[in-house]
Design a protein around this ligand. Structure first.
Ligand code: ZN
Length: 231
């Protein structure tokens, strides 16, 4: 009559040290963090344990979505939020891969503004917690895929904005960097601020300037990151 069954008392392993994770970090903890952010419905790129640009964008989007300070560093508060959102690890095999991930298609009705006038439109998620009007979203995803095929990684940094979000940006930056509330194409769900461009003259910038019009996007000359969907 062996007593070996006692060994089944599984030791729930919390990550032993939740060190600060920032851009450039590589570790299994980075992979766990990536999975938790993905589980929250925010894209982080591949779950590869490497804290690169997509992970940075994902961390920032996650922090913004949870009302944390958006510094792109996974410290105690961001870890705490991620742990709260994690499946409670009473089951040792709780670390699911591929389950409960971002599912596109969750459109929502929002109040858009065109020339100061409100109207209701439908926007769809395009990753990183960002939304675009349906037609612009489809064009964005085609453009993103075409860029990726050419080795260029474009990410969604800021798409549709609510009136409150535009008012907040306008209060922070003013004109001309932020458009007057009610008059930004971001409020009509057709503008995207693109992450991963890096400035004028980069490979991504040159790719966009050469190809965006094929997908119906037009760059705002004063802002290398800003593209409007004009169809
Ligand atoms: Zn913009």
């Amino acid at each position: 009559m062996p007593v070996s069954a006692a060994a089944r008392h599984s030791h729930v392993s919390r990550p032993s040290s939740q060190s600060l994770l920032g851009y450039g970090a590589r570790s299994p903890q980075v992979a766990r963090m990536q999975q938790l952010i993905r589980n929250a419905g925010i894209e982080v790129g591949p779950i590869d344990g490497i804290f690169g640009p997509k992970t940075l964008a994902g961390v920032k989007a996650y922090q913004a979505s949870r009302g944390l300070s958006v510094d792109g560093i996974v410290g105690p508060q961001t870890w705490a939020a991620l742990q709260r959102g994690a499946p409670q690890s009473s089951r040792p095999t709780a670390a699911v891969d591929g389950a409960d991930t971002f599912t596109p298609g969750g459109s929502k009705q929002v109040t858009a503004y065109v020339n100061g006038q409100p109207r209701t439109i439908s926007v769809v998620p395009v990753g990183n917690g960002q939304y675009l009007r349906g037609d612009a979203a489809r064009a964005w995803e085609r453009m993103q895929a075409a860029a990726r095929a050419d080795g260029i990684n474009l990410s969604a940094t800021s798409g549709f904005r609510t009136m409150a979000e535009q008012q907040s940006l306008y209060a922070q930056y003013g004109s001309p960097r932020a458009a007057r509330p009610g008059y930004s194409n971001h409020q009509n769900g057709i503008a995207m601020d693109i992450g991963g461009v890096g400035g004028r003259g980069t490979a991504a910038d040159r790719w966009l300037l050469a190809n965006a019009s094929r997908f119906g996007f037009r760059n705002l000359p004063s802002e290398y990151w800003h593209y409007d969907y004009v169809g």
